[in-house]
Design a binder for this molecule. Structure first.
Ligand code: ZN
Length: 383
């Protein structure tokens, strides 16, 4: 009769409930959160030390030198913590257990959570950003420290400001000298019927504060002019061009180039719109005047009040501007530098044009000389 081989059976890893884990912590067990670093931004089980599973082999000896110590592992749902506990056992730690159900069950049972760099409001409000490795805690903190200037609290500025405020940009500066009119409400969704006649920047501030009270909203009920343009946009990380006239756009472009602030350009006309990014910090970036070297005659460039616009169109273009602004602040993705993205609502089609820097550009070319912003104002007035 053949001898029956006894299979070498690995002792399964012990699993403990979150409540049991709290009890064992009290008696001296160490709790390790084995999720990735960015996953801990929205909170950890009270008393847990962060040690991502991939770093266990290098770091456990310095974190828990005594191999007889009891170690409990926790992750989001209890799967990775089991694997981590197995690794710990292989490294010679005999007393290991995994928290069943992970942080999900921990939270569901109302056990204490510790928050890191974020208070409870921010951790919950920005939780969907914190889940993205490309944003995460570090990115969210970058946004909170960022300042965006929006020229115009109108069709383009409305969606851009709403979503930038929702995203947690620290400071939004709104520059607009108009008052809310009934004809604005078809597309300028920052405003409200009850606030017709109110300065747009005040109306906008009210809406933005209601959406995200954490965001600071600075307002200037002024028209952008040669005399104030630098003062108004200096110190910002990104400028969003939501202007409805050429003189303002030319001024803004010149000032952003001089102050080396990226300018996110957007424009709409009837059923079409376009977006681009002019970033003076990049040598290869064109400027607004590479696209429009000279201001067109007023009759060739009608604004929305003259030509009409489909209400949703500035919504689409303004959100593309907000998306570019967020990417610039976070330093992720490929910005629309050197590219003009065009949208045709009737055809439901996007197309992209290459927009190289123009060596003869009167704005950024080698022969361009900026005498002063007054010159630009006069240049525009002459056309
Ligand atoms: Zn140029």
């Amino acid at each position: 009769m053949p001898i029956k081989e006894t299979p070498i059976k690995e002792t399964p890893i012990e699993e403990v409930t979150p409540r049991e884990a709290v009890e064992r912590q009290r008696r001296g067990a160490r709790l390790l959160d084995v999720r990735e670093n960015d996953e801990r931004a929205s909170g950890v089980a009270a008393g847990a030390a962060g040690l991502p599973r991939s770093e266990i082999a290098q770091r456990i000896a310095s974190l828990v030198p005594d191999r007889d110590s009891e170690i409990l592992t926790i992750c989001a749902s209890g799967k990775r913590s089991l694997l981590a506990a197995r690794s710990l056992r292989e490294l010679g730690y005999a007393r290991v257990a995994s928290v069943v159900g992970g942080l999900q069950r921990w939270r569901a049972e109302g056990l204490p959570i510790e928050l890191g760099q974020f208070d409870a409001d921010a951790a919950e409000r920005y939780s969907r950003h914190l889940l993205l490795p490309e944003v995460g805690a570090a990115g969210q903190l970058k946004l909170a420290a960022s300042r965006v200037a929006l020229i115009g609290a109108g069709g383009l500025g409305s969606p851009a400001a709403l979503y930038l405020a929702a995203a947690g940009v620290g400071t939004l500066t709104l520059i607009d000298d108009d008052k809310v009119e009934k004809s604005n409400l078809q597309r300028q969704v920052l405003h409200a019927d009850a606030r017709i006649g109110v300065p747009k920047v005040d109306s906008a501030r009210q809406t933005l504060a209601g959406l995200n009270p954490r965001v600071r909203v600075d307002t200037h009920a002024q028209r952008l002019r040669a005399a104030n343009v630098e003062e108004l946009i200096r110190g910002h990380d990104v400028v969003i061009d939501g202007a409805d006239n050429f003189p303002t756009r030319y001024l803004l472009d010149a000032a952003c180039r001089r102050l080396r602030i990226p300018l996110v350009y957007g424009a709409v006309h009837r059923f079409t719109g376009q977006v681009s990014v002019f970033d003076a910090r990049r040598a290869e970036s064109p400027c607004y005047r590479c696209l429009f070297p000279h201001p067109p005659a007023a009759e060739d460039a009608p604004n929305c009040a003259e030509a009409g616009v489909l209400g949703v169109l500035p919504g689409i273009i303004g959100l593309l501007q907000a998306s570019e602004a967020l990417k610039l602040m976070l330093g992720i993705g490929a910005p629309l530098v050197g590219r003009l993205l065009c949208f045709d609502a009737l055809a439901a089609r996007f197309h992209e044009l290459r927009l190289p820097r123009d060596p003869q550009c009167p704005g950024c070319g080698p022969l361009a000389v900026l005498q002063g912003y007054e010159d630009i104002a006069q240049l525009c007035a002459a056309h």
